[in-house]
Structure formats: C-alpha cells, structure tokens
Write a protein that binds this ligand. Structure first.
Ligand code: HEC
Length: 163
C-alpha cells in the first residue's frame, strides 16, 4: 500500500515538472530572436552633423557664399524650383528634410546613399548617384542658409521639417 502511494506521488511530481519545464520544442519557440545591428533610421540622417542651430533673421553672409557654392558645384544637377533635373529641385527642401539631414547628405553622401532610407528612395527615383564633392561642414551650412532663403522665395515657407 505504501509502495503504491509512493509511485503515485512520484508520477504526480514528474507530471508537475513536465508541465512547468515544458518540452524542448516549446522552449525553442519562446527564444528571443538575436538583436540585429541595423541602426534605426534617423530623421537627421547619418554623419557628423548632429545638431544645427537656425537663426532668424537668416545670416546674409552665409546666403551669399552658399549661393556661390551652389552655382559652382550644384546647379548642374539641382534647380531652385521644384523641377527635377538630375537631382530633385530645391524648392521646399528645408520643409521636407531636417537641417541635419540636408547637411549630412551634402557632406557624407556616399554613406547616406548606402544606409539612409530616404536618400536611398531618392536614388531609386533619380537613378543617378549624387557625387561626393568634398564640401566642408562650414560650406554645407552656408548652402543650407541659401536653401532657406530660396524656400522663402519659391514656396514662402522655410524650416518646415523642424516644426
Ligand atoms: C551630378 C549631379 C549632382 C550634383 C553636382 C549635386 N547633386 Fe545633390 N543630388 C543629386 C541626385 C541624383 C540626388 C538624389 C539622390 C541620388 O540619386 O543620389 C541629389 C540629392 C540631393 C539632396 C536631397 C534633396 C531632397 O530633395 O531631399 C540635397 C540636399 C543635395 N542633393 C544637395 C546637393 C548640393 C549642396 C550639391 C552641391 C554641393 C549637390 N547636391 C550637387 C545629384 C547631384
């Protein structure tokens, strides 16, 4: 009688352990998937420009040098209207992209085209890679100021992407 009781208890314990421990199959299903290393897309793009301080009123000297750089290095592919030539027209660009993104696109274009989802989408549309033209961060900032001025003249609003 004692022996039977022991066997029953033993079965009960085994049953209990199985229901909690589960079998190897169900354990595998609850395993946490490995962390992927793809960084989350940032509206600031990828590059050394992390924060840009915008001034109002705009900085006239930067507008002047930004315009000069535009005419020398960018005008062949970018119009100041919304018309696309090789690259997108610049009208409204500060309303659709954050200033950090714009400056990273200018100074770090190869990485942006490789990893930034917005830049990659533009590449799909334009089918030409914007070339790296070794523009310094300072010059990129001047170009950004010229873009802000251009946005006021073409669409009557600037910095919309920061609001
Ligand atoms: C040879 C043509 C070419 C030149 C020159 C060029 N770009 Fe571009 N740019 C492109 C193309 C094409 C794209 C769209 C992305 C792509 O396909 O690489 C682009 C995209 C951009 C964008 C993103 C526009 C948007 O609507 O989001 C910015 C900002 C930009 N270029 C700035 C510049 C600046 C500043 C210069 C001059 C220093 C310049 N680009 C010179 C071809 C050019």
């Amino acid at each position: 009688m004692k022996k039977i009781k022991f066997v029953l208890v033993a079965f009960a314990i085994i049953g209990f352990l199985q229901s909690c421990g589960g079998n190897p199959d169900s354990q595998e299903k609850t395993t946490v998937p490995p962390v992927t290393e793809t960084p989350k897309a940032s509206p600031n793009g990828i590059g050394e420009v992390e924060t840009v301080t915008l001034t109002d009123p705009m900085e006239e000297s930067m507008i002047v040098s930004g315009k000069a750089i535009y005419e020398m290095k960018c005008a062949a592919c970018h119009k100041l209207t919304d018309q696309r030539v090789v690259g997108p027209g610049w009208a409204g660009v500060t309303n659709r992209r954050r200033p950090e993104w714009v400056m990273n696109m200018i100074t770090n274009v190869d990485v942006m085209l490789e990893k930034d989802p917005v830049a990659q989408k533009l590449l799909e549309e334009c089918l030409t890679r914007m070339p790296n033209q070794a523009v310094s961060v300072g010059d990129a900032r001047a170009i950004l100021e010229f873009m802000r001025k251009n946005d006021m003249e073409t669409v009557g609003e600037k910095d919309g992407a920061t609001k």
